[in-house]
Design a binder for this molecule. Structure first.
Ligand code: DAK
Length: 258
């Protein structure tokens, strides 16, 4: 069985973590396959990715505890690096990634969703960072990305108490953008992806870079990043068509990614 599958539907790619027997927990094999799939996404034709888990019970129930339980210090470091490299690749992928969180998003699962640009979830989703209850800290960026997404106070509460939160609470604190039924989740993710994919791809990619690269800088430095990326959109065919259509009071039929 393939632990990570990939399907392309027009401009939209869907990556599915498919290890249902372990609630899609991330072992080294899954992480390496995810890395491989990300390397193989055709960035010329794909405009948005959706990342989800197979089944309706679990997005990803964390890093694989049975694999981690017997790691030495150096093996633990290596495991952390494999995960962090792939999570960072996802976060810095030029195109937007939507996490469709279909159930448990615990530990590495919550962290995986946080490496995506936007999260939507099913009503049965459960988010949490249970690591301190296992004697470790979050290891795939949870201490950093959770705090940046929901604020320091809420992130510290979730991490220190190792308590899980339900979909409603995740929505309330801004961890997810939308809650839908399990049956509707993937369609809702596709609708959102489609809406993004209809906009000028060069501008969407530049916006992602500006937000990601600027967010940890001071405003003077951050605004220069935006300035440069804004400038980079000019003279593209899409910019010319987009503005021409506005001035002619029509709509752009489609953007070409050039
Ligand atoms: N790892 C391995 N197997 C898992 C798993 C996990 N995280 N979560 C579930 N499974 C497996 C179960 O062992 C069980 O396998 P069998 O016994 O059937 O062989 C199967 O999935 C079904 O699970 P349950 O029978 O437990 O199902 P329930 O519905 O009763 O409970 C549950 C679902 C999600 C509440 C429960 O499975 C659970 O609590 N799972 C563990 C959740 C968790 O603690 N996740 C966080 C893991 S820690 C680092 C890098 C990364 C990390 C840390 C450091 N560095 C090296 C830098 C990240 C750490 C984590 O993610």
């Amino acid at each position: 069985m393939e632990f990570v599958t990939y399907e392309q539907d027009g401009f939209i790619g869907v990556i599915t973590i498919n290890r249902p027997k372990a609630l899609n927990a991330l072992n080294t094999k899954v992480l390496k396959l995810l890395d491989k799939v990300l390397n193989e996404v055709d960035l010329k034709t794909t405009r948005v990715l959706i990342l989800t888990g197979s089944g309706s019970k679990s997005f990803v129930a964390g890093a694989d505890i049975s694999e981690m339980s017997i790691l030495t210090k150096s093996e633990g470091e290596l495991f952390g690096k494999v995960g962090n490299d792939v999570f960072r690749k996802l976060e810095t992928l030029p195109i937007p990634v939507i996490a469709a969180v279909n159930g448990f998003a615990l530990g590495g699962g919550c962290e995986l969703s946080l490496s995506c640009d936007i999260r939507i979830c099913s009503e049965n989703a459960l988010f949490g960072q249970p690591e301190v209850g296992l004697g470790i800290t979050p290891g795939f960026g949870g201490t950093q990305r959770l705090a940046r997404t929901v604020g320091i106070g809420k992130a510290k509460e979730m991490i220190y108490t190792a308590s899980n939160i339900k979909a409603e609470e995740a929505y309330r604190i801004g961890l997810v953008n939308k809650i839908c039924s399990s049956e509707e989740l993937i369609n809702e993710a596709k609708k959102l992806a489609l809406k993004i994919s209809r906009n000028a791809p060069i501008a969407v990619k530049a916006s992602k870079r500006a937000i990601n690269e600027g967010i940890s800088l001071n405003m003077d430095e951050a605004i220069v990043i935006e300035e440069k990326l804004f400038g980079s959109c000019f003279e593209t065919e899409d910019q010319k068509n987009g503005m021409k259509a506005f001035l002619e009071k029509t709509k752009v039929e489609k953007f070409f990614n050039r």
